[in-house]
Design a protein around this ligand. Structure first.
Ligand SMILES: [Zn+2]
Length: 453
């Protein structure tokens, strides 16, 4: 079954690529606060040109990157609203010497368009704008209302997304959200992901003497690095990887039978994965369905960095004044970051480590759209009709700001998109595949049509 915009997507591919080039050529690196307002205005202009009414919106503090809001009201079907969430900011382009073309050139070679943001996320954004533009051009209408929320801080942790959602919640109200990206696997199958894990990021600091001491004094002065290592050892079972903090798993939502059935069908090549990372076993020696269940729904306690004393070349016999560890805990539905933080603090107290300082760095709850939601069926059908087949994933193993969308807008979120899994996002020579931009624009067209029904 062909979407009513399929033919126009094919005939207008050059203009899609040209608009994507224009977007790539405007650097918008949120980590350096470079070109963000310029890029927001550019996105708003491209939307206007497409027939989407757009506005650049700010929080009270005008120093914070704006969001671009876009909207088209459906004349025939104004009762349903689909929203696209995307971002116009990109990762820094460094290291420059590893790029084969200028990072902001938008150079096209055969089926590839190169540049920072070509895939993440300007390529994804353009497929959505174009799908809407082609409906308007072909029929003078859209099958349902469409809205866009395009933020400028995704690559630095979406720090203000929740504030934007609260401030503009009336305008942003919708019945479903298509998430900012989606992966296409090696067999050209889109991965439809229904959730994201949450995150609790903390720093623990153990303090010893008032300054670094000669290590001969280790007979008298307790070493804060040992103290921190001892504290860490109480937190996680060394064999099973189980987190030993009291009530840590209390709110973990069990998988439903439907979710388990989907997880068991998710493709995962254990051998290839182990080869890629040069490892010969997984935590707990997990195999088969347990590996997939872990990726989708297991909380973690990971040491992201440990720093103390002397780690340079040769010998320095020193007893360090302090030891610092950074820990990221991945969270799953329905764990609450603030609650988990309190559990961590009371764990340390209970085990005699009350002196270890806990610094909270970031907290974000997990979100998961129920697999039974009819929106999921619609996206799956659109993807199958366009790509031949698709893979549904109960949740991504990574973290994103999906929870505030669910909390504020109360709408299901689904991730589906055009990014080839080896598109080098965040790395030199990032690219988008033009054939996938073409298919994804058609797929988005089908999603809009099915969502409207
Ligand atoms: Zn990114």
């Amino acid at each position: 079954m062909s979407s009513s915009i399929s033919a126009i997507v094919d005939s207008e591919m050059d203009s899609l690529v040209a608009d994507l080039q224009t977007l790539i050529r405007q650097p918008s690196v949120s980590a350096k606060k470079q070109g963000l307002v310029e890029c927001a205005n550019l996105v708003a202009n491209i939307m206007q040109k497409a027939g989407i009414s757009s506005e650049v919106l700010y929080l009270d503090d005008k120093g914070i990157s704006p969001i671009v809001y876009g909207e088209v009201r459906s004349k025939s079907n104004p009762g349903k609203t689909l929203m696209f969430y995307n971002h116009y900011d990109v990762q820094p382009e460094e290291p420059l010497e590893l790029w084969e073309h200028e990072p902001f050139s938008g150079k096209v070679e055969g089926n590839y368009i190169y540049g920072r943001g070509s895939a993440d996320d300007k390529g994804e954004l353009i497929t959505r704008i174009k799908a809407v533009e082609y409906f308007l051009r072909k029929t003078g209408d859209v099958p349902c209302n469409v809205k866009f929320m395009v933020e400028g801080e995704e690559e630095v942790g979406s720090v203000h997304v929740e504030q934007y959602l609260w401030k503009y919640q009336d305008r942003l109200r919708c019945d479903g959200v298509i998430w900012e990206f989606g992966c296409i696997d090696m067999k050209d199958r889109p991965i439809i992901s229904l959730g994201m894990k949450g995150l609790l990021y903390v720093e623990l600091v153990a303090r010893g003497p008032s300054r670094d001491a000669h290590s001969s004094l280790a007979v008298l002065i307790e070493n804060p690095a040992w103290r921190l290592v001892s504290a860490l050892a109480t937190m996680r079972d060394r064999n099973s990887g189980k987190i030993l903090l009291k009530d840590w798993y209390k709110e973990v939502r069990p998988f439903t039978r439907e979710e388990l059935a989907v997880i068991s069908k998710e493709p995962f090549d254990e051998k290839e994965f182990k080869r890629e990372y040069g490892i010969d076993r997984f935590v707990k020696n997990a195999k088969g369905a347990d590996v997939r269940k872990a990726l989708v729904g297991m909380p973690t306690c990971n040491i992201a960095g440990f720093n103390s004393g002397y780690t340079g070349e040769g010998v320095k016999t020193v007893l360090p004044a302090q030891a610092v560890v950074k820990i990221d805990f991945r969270l799953v539905p329905d764990m609450v970051p603030e609650k988990q933080l309190e559990r961590l603090k009371s764990h340390l107290k209970r085990h005699g480590f009350a002196d270890i300082e806990v610094k909270f760095i970031h907290g974000e709850a997990a979100a998961r759209t129920p697999i039974r939601d009819p929106f999921v069926r619609k996206v799956e059908r659109a993807a199958k009709e366009t790509f031949g087949s698709s893979i549904t994933s109960v949740s991504s193993a990574g973290t994103g700001p999906m929870y505030p969308f669910v909390k504020v807008l109360k709408a299901p979120c689904i991730s589906v998109g055009s990014t080839y899994m080896f598109a080098r996002i965040h790395s030199p020579n990032e690219f988008a595949r033009i054939d996938l931009l073409n298919k994804t624009t058609k797929c988005i067209g089908r999603i809009i049509e099915k969502f409207a029904t």
